[in-house]
Design a protein around this ligand. Structure first.
Ligand SMILES: Nc1ncnc2c1ncn2[C@@H]1O[C@H](COP(=O)(O)OP(=O)(O)OP(=O)(O)O)[C@@H](O)[C@H]1O
Ligand SMILES: [Mg+2]
Length: 210
């Protein structure tokens, strides 16, 4: 067995990479063995899982990898069906490119403002470079913290159409439950009824990506 590797990347900070990684991981774990690779020196994914309790543990193992991402992830390829890589918010180190070189898919969470989309343009260049060596890489923008009724979010749709990287149809709405789940070191799947709409969003992303 060889894993499906999904890199969650954006050189812009605070766009929802870790939130997406951890919730996707919990959703994917229902389908097959899943591993989270925390490739961000901030260590947010590790911290997140560390907040969970023994009674209610986070359902996915999280490992930190600083160097040799390709080799380290390769070691786990036989054991895991899905590997998610949470990247740091920078293109200045090799990590984001290294993750995309070994990934099948790169998901780029982007906040619903044109400024945030412009910031992702540099990532588009890096993706083109990486594709020369990893032509199977599929890249998708994923709009996070969408507020469907706001004019800005609607303007975002148009901006996305002019962007080189396709956007997923599914998105994440801005919901307090994503923050609450993080506070408990859990995913939205473990937050009872309150978590259900968010879990449905995560499931829709998984369906679309797989
Ligand atoms: N859909 C959402 N609804 C509400 N809050 C959200 C949502 N997505 C993310 N957040 C919150 O936004 C903040 C940034 O999210 P997160 O840490 O996942 O971003 P990041 O891209 O990993 O940041 P960094 O670049 O620092 O690694 C966090 O406080 C998180 O709880
Ligand atoms: Mg993060």
């Amino acid at each position: 067995m060889s894993s499906a590797v999904i890199s969650i990347s954006n050189q812009k900070g605070g766009t929802g990479k870790t939130t997406l990684t951890m919730n996707l991981a919990a959703g994917l774990a229902r389908r097959g063995r899943t591993l989270v690779v925390d490739a961000d020196p901030q260590g947010s994914a590790l911290q997140w899982a560390g907040l969970s309790s023994d009674e209610k543990p986070f359902p996915v193992s999280v490992i930190a990898v600083a160097d040799n991402l390709g080799r380290e992830v390769g070691r786990f390829a036989e054991d895991y069906q899905y590997v998610l890589i949470d990247c740091p918010p920078t293109l200045e180190t090799e990590v984001t490119r290294a993750a995309m070189r070994i990934a099948d898919t790169v998901l780029i969470p982007t906040l619903p403002s044109p400024v945030d989309l412009w910031a992702s343009l540099r990532l588009a260049n890096a993706i083109e470079e990486v594709k020369l060596r990893n032509p199977r890489l599929a890249a998708y923008i994923l709009v996070n913290q969408l507020e469907p009724r706001s004019a800005l979010s609607q303007g975002m749709k148009q901006a996305l159409e002019e962007f080189d990287i396709p956007a997923l149809n599914s998105h994440l709405r801005r919901r307090a439950i994503y923050r609450n789940a993080a506070l408990e070191g859990l995913s939205v799947y473990c937050m009872g009824k309150r978590g259900e709409p968010a879990a449905a969003e995560i499931d829709a992303i998984i369906e679309e990506v797989l």
